[in-house]
Ligand binder design. Structure first.
Ligand code: ADP
Ligand code: MG
Length: 487
């Protein structure tokens, strides 16, 4: 989307990441998805009188991991003492009448996530990340009694880490790049299963617009619970356009919560938005402050393995990958694992591997809407193909054809090369015949080249490659063409 002239957008994201703990944040009930309604809610989750919450240590550990991961392993942003607070509001799926969250003293303060959007790099700064419990769910459909709503409290008390960015993104593309990078990170460090259909990773997008150069932030609307990257992009784009229209018509943007309707591709108002003071936050007297001794942080750090950002630096320093390629390779664990399996099978070739994975392979996965862990060509088979490029058996161009055939499961690499006649020809006499033929058939290109138009060589080169069914050794073709044209 192109921004309408004279306007800029400002976006901040709040992401609810469901933590991969076996039991809930304040009770021993299980957190499995999809069980029959109210079979995974115990007395604490139901808010029965006389019950008390007991903090799940594993949830705090997830928050510590996250705090280390977004601060390059630095522990200064992890609070030594943090506090749970009650956020008071009424809703049928919240039987206590308040949600236990964190307000003044979250576990994590600050942090950053590196993104790349539209070819430009950017650091998205985080405001905070705090622990909280999820609410239950209201069911309005599929009940055996018509006109009645049901309440399912299975999800009540599921541990969440809410990760809040500063208002620093300026386009839907940047917001999506951030959401993808964050998704890659939380699944990499193993604190979230990343399943967006099941709601394990949900984004709220805060969107406002302002006139170019205006230092003040505009009034924002918050789009709730978007659960796919594509919808996130569309919802933000719609919302930016809507707000600009409202303001250009002389109206005012209302601070409110909106919902994205994917079928109509629009956002619509859900409710006016409360300010923090309306929730009457106060420290929960049922829970002690959480003490996080440095010793604990150290233990967690040692359990984590190398962080993706560190691996990326290593890929650049040791193997000469560009910073951008290195970051992309380490954006998800599945891709990084694939990359290391591939280079192990190749015995090196890191840059060739990165070029293929981020180019041809990524494009093919996109077209098929597949993720790396679903790739139809495994690292060993791809390595067999890249080896044939390295040893000169096929040209890069012919290799792309072999790749497509591999994707369609036509057989193994050498069989495909043989069956399709793609073996590279480095026989000088044979190439010379093709070069002579191309020169004879295209006098105009020859004339242009001799008149100093270097690009005319590309046309002749293309002719030779085509005539050879992509098998002519490209280096030799260029060399021979130049020699003959100079003579
Ligand atoms: P709340 O907790 O009430 O939703 P916060 O002040 O904590 O409000 O902000 C929530 C999110 O909204 C943050 O990601 C922040 O960056 C973003 N945000 C705040 N003001 C604006 C604005 N004017 N435009 C866009 N995003 C904003
Ligand atoms: Mg909010």
């Amino acid at each position: 989307m192109r921004m309408p002239a004279g306007w800029e957008a400002v976006i901040g994201l709040e992401t609810h990441v469901q933590l991969k703990t076996a039991s809930k944040i304040f009770s021993s009930a299980p957190t499995d998805f999809g069980a029959a309604p109210n079979t995974q809610a115990n007395a604490v989750d139901l808010a029965l009188p006389g019950t008390l919450p007991v903090l799940n240590r594993a949830a705090v550990e997830c928050a510590i991991k996250f705090g280390l991961a977004v601060n390059g392993g630095d522990d200064r942003h992890i609070a030594a003492r943090s506090v749970f607070a009650r956020k008071n509001y009424f809703y049928p799926d919240l039987p206590k009448g308040y949600q236990i969250s964190q307000y003044e003293l979250p576990v994590v303060t600050g942090g950053q996530v590196e993104i790349e959007a539209g070819g430009a790099r950017k650091t998205v700064t985080l405001t905070r990340a705090h622990l909280e419990e999820d609410a239950g769910k209201s069911l309005h459909e599929g009940l055996d009694r018509p006109g009645v709503s049901g309440i399912d409290l299975n999800r009540a008390g599921t541990p969440l880490l809410e990760i809040v960015t500063d208002p620093v993104m300026v386009s839907a593309a940047e917001a999506v790049a951030y959401a993808r990078a964050l998704h890659g990170l939380v699944t990499w460090i193993g604190i979230c299963d990343g399943n967006m259909q099941e709601g394990s990773f949900r984004c709220d997008a805060n969107v406002s617009v302002r006139r170019d150069g205006d230092p003040r932030l505009g009034t924002r609307a918050e789009i709730k619970n978007v659960n796919s990257f594509r919808f996130l992009e569309k919802a933000i784009e719609f919302e930016i356009r809507r707000q600009i229209e409202v303001l250009e018509d002389g109206g005012a943007v209302v601070q409110e919560t909106r919902l994205y309707d994917a079928e109509r591709d629009q956002t619509r108002s859900m409710r006016s938005k409360e300010d923090a003071m309306d929730y009457r936050y106060f420290p929960d007297p049922d829970l002690l402050p959480v003490a996080i001794p440095r010793q604990w942080v150290e233990t967690v750090r040692h359990s984590m393995g190398e962080l993706p950002a560190a691996i990326a630096s290593r890929l650049s320093a040791e193997f000469g990958l560009s910073a951008s390629d290195a970051r992309q390779i380490t954006q998800t664990r599945a891709l990084a694992d694939y990359f290391f399996a591939l280079t192990a099978a190749l015995g090196g070739g890191h840059r060739l591997a990165a070029t293929w994975l981020l180019g041809e392979f990524s494009a093919a996965l996109n077209r098929a809407a597949l993720e790396w862990q679903e790739a139809p060509i495994g690292p060993t088979r791809l390595a067999a193909l890249l080896l044939r490029i390295q040893d000169g058996t096929v040209s890069g161009k012919a290799a792309k054809e072999v790749f497509d055939a591999l994707w369609d499961a036509e057989g193994d690499v050498d069989a495909i090369i043989a069956a399709r006649g793609l073996r590279q020809v480095s026989d000088t006499a044979a190439i010379e015949r093709l070069v002579d033929a191309a020169i004879a058939a295209h006098p105009k290109a020859v004339e242009e080249y001799r008149a100093g138009k270097d690009k005319a060589l590309n046309a002749l080169f293309g002719q030779v490659m085509k005539a050879s069914n992509k098998t002519a050794n490209p280096g030799q073709v260029t060399e021979l063409l130049k020699k003959k044209l100079a003579g």
